[in-house]
Design a protein around this ligand. Sequence first.
Ligand SMILES: Cc1cc2nc3c(=O)[nH]c(=O)nc-3n(C[C@H](O)[C@H](O)[C@H](O)COP(=O)(O)OP(=O)(O)OC[C@H]3O[C@@H](n4cnc5c(N)ncnc54)[C@H](O)[C@@H]3O)c2cc1C
Length: 453
Amino acid sequence: MTEEIRPRLLIIGAGPAGGMAATVAASLGADVTLIEDSIIGGAAHLLDCIPSKTMVASSVRRASVRDSAKLGFVVDEGHMDLGRLAERIDTISSNLSQNATAILEDQGVTIIHGRGSFTGPHSAVAEMSDGSIEIEFDQALISTGSAPRVPEWVVPDGERILTTRDAYDFETVPEHMVVIGSGVTGVEFVNIFSSMGSKVSLLVSRQQVLPHRDPEVAAAIEADFLERGVSLLKGARAVGIDVEEGAVIVRAEDGRSVRGSHALLAIGSVPLSDKLGLEDAGVSSDHGYISVDEYQRTSQPHIYAAGDVTGQMPLSSVASMQGRKIAHHLMGLQVRPLDYAKVAQAVFTEPEIASVGLEEADIAAAGRRIRTTKVPFASNSRSVIHGNTHGFVKVFSDPATHEILGGTIVGHRASELIGILALAVQGRLRVEALVETLMVHPSLSESITEAAE
Ligand SMILES: Cc1cc2nc3c(=O)[nH]c(=O)nc-3n(C[C@H](O)[C@H](O)[C@H](O)COP(=O)(O)OP(=O)(O)OC[C@H]3O[C@@H](n4cnc5c(N)ncnc54)[C@H](O)[C@@H]3O)c2cc1C
């Protein structure tokens, strides 16, 4: 009897990309070794996605309890117990990590807790606290993620000047948070701290928050921020931060400045690829981002890269889908490259923002004819009953074929509702399919079928 040859797959980094690739490749028969220098689940579980959404859950709950008097439920003003919140974040991260570890172990993945780097095109080393191991591999995946970008004009101290990774553990609610950066991460932290009761100032380097999004979406979020008393400084590019006793002063290029208790940098991320021995492996990168083709293969076709380290679309959902497709590809299965235009994404503000497929501006820029239909949540019975009437659903379709090309939702639970439109876009459904779907009444989903009409 001949023994089956199992490909030896080495994965460096166990975030959503590496974790998913390891699980799927092992289940398909690969001999997988996974090196991780932090927790299984990666920065997504420990530092970014999960802790920030846990903070959203608590801070938004506070805001909704505060606003519940309009629903006839009157409570005395509560207070945030930040010690308990920090504990909850730790528990959630470690439970998720333990579950992910158990799944990997069940699949027979060898987990090495250490730092991985390449020593050649088919060899690597894992440095652990008590020694090192040399590893030979047939195929490899680089999924080492990213770290917050820190501009050259500031050194975060983790006390007053913070990156997003320092923003989960406070003793008391910050008095005045100055958020620098108005992309997705910046506006999510504005939501968190203003819902917790902090005064918040937001430095917006351009003329609208979420600069690459539909202006109508940005306007809805700006209106909500202004209603909450958030101070928006538009056209304010931060160039320096001074620390004085108990305060920070954030300076903008045009001479304006804001004094607050803390400053939070939310200005993007940088890839973690500098100490990986990429040159020894013969893997090319561009400004640290690892270059890949549509199947996530690097300049060395037997070495793949996925997730934030590629700079493609920095989302956990994308990273894990890339990991899944890589596992299939390296095991010789047929793979359809990921279509980034069909990725559903959300911004966890309140109201939430979610979109899938093409946005209105993209379709118009491509010179394609488009039919846009829009329904406000103010006309949805469930929204009115729950007192969450902010926002709208927009559906974009092809006027000739009626195919649904995309959609945008601003509103309560938009991140969940967008799934309906994601399925429609992925399945290339026509508007009739949505219009004829009978949703529950009263429900928020009814606005989606109505918007497709
Ligand atoms: C504040 C914030 C909130 C976010 N919220 C969301 C969200 O709501 N939804 C969403 O989809 N995305 C969200 N994201 C983005 C998401 O977190 C990332 O896209 C995702 O973590 C990328 O996954 P990854 O697999 O590339 O790597 P990561 O999750 O970054 O994990 C990589 C792992 O590799 C390890 N590593 C690095 N170098 C080595 C080495 N040499 N040896 C061994 N191990 C190594 C790292 O320690 C890390 O644990 C958020 C990001 C931020 C900053």
